[in-house]
Design a binder for this molecule. Structure first.
Ligand code: CA
Length: 219
């Protein structure tokens, strides 16, 4: 899952970056509203963490522009505890939820998981399909009743595919889920992770669709 973090405070931003990366999210961090606008127009994100008080262009303006483009990406706004008016304005401008600063990190992570779940059209907290299950809250995976150890990137590939069984994702789409700007992408990285997953989950759990990409079949 790829997240955009919009935060101008260097200490808060650095701390959030570390926490989110430790949870295996691919994160891009921008520090003003203009950079946020351009990142949102050029990249595909699964979720945006948006501070409202930002240099150059305020968070509310960024949010309104995003929704005016009809972008459906979930947005979690971050506001000060006493700024009730900001929270209401943010929700009315198209934010999906908010967190209060200073953050309770566990609550922040739980809200992110809930939004990602809802944006995938699911209510249940565990992904389960054809004998394989993933629990994003505990980072535990199972295949056919046995625990399976997945690397962070194997997890990211599997999560992207299992969210929508039957949907084919191209290598480029999977790379977007896996890497943020600063990472180097080796040309066969996705193939390597898929290969690792097949060894752990069984050869046919992820199928190759020639010329198109990969799919977790519906049945
Ligand atoms: Ca700020």
């Amino acid at each position: 899952m790829r997240l955009l973090l919009v935060e101008d405070d260097p200490m808060i931003g650095e701390a959030m970056l570390q926490v989110l990366r430790a949870e295996h999210y691919a994160v891009d961090w921008v520090r003003d509203g203009v950079m946020a606008d351009s990142a949102l127009q050029s990249e595909q994100y699964d979720l945006v963490l948006l501070d409202l008080g930002l240099p150059k262009r305020g968070g509310l303006e960024v949010l309104r522009a995003l929704r005016a483009r009809r972008a459906p990406v979930p947005v979690l706004i971050a506001t000060a505890r006493d700024a009730v008016g900001d929270r209401i304005a943010g929700l009315d401008a198209g934010a999906d939820d908010y967190v209060l600063k200073p953050f309770d990190i566990d609550e922040l992570l739980a809200r992110i998981r809930a939004l990602l779940r809802r944006s995938a059209g699911r209510g249940e907290p565990v992904f389960a399909h054809r004998g394989v299950s993933l629990n994003p809250a505990t980072r535990e995976a199972e295949a056919h009743g046995q625990p399976v150890l997945l690397s962070a990137r194997e997890w990211a590939v599997l999560e992207a595919l299992i969210v929508r069984p039957g949907a084919v994702l191209s290598r480029a789409q999977l790379e977007e889920k896996l890497f943020s700007w600063k990472d180097d992408i080796s040309s066969n990285a996705v193939e390597v992770y898929v290969h690792g997953l097949r060894k752990k989950l069984g050869n046919d759990f992820i199928q190759t669709v020639r010329g198109l990409g990969y799919v977790v079949p519906r049945k």
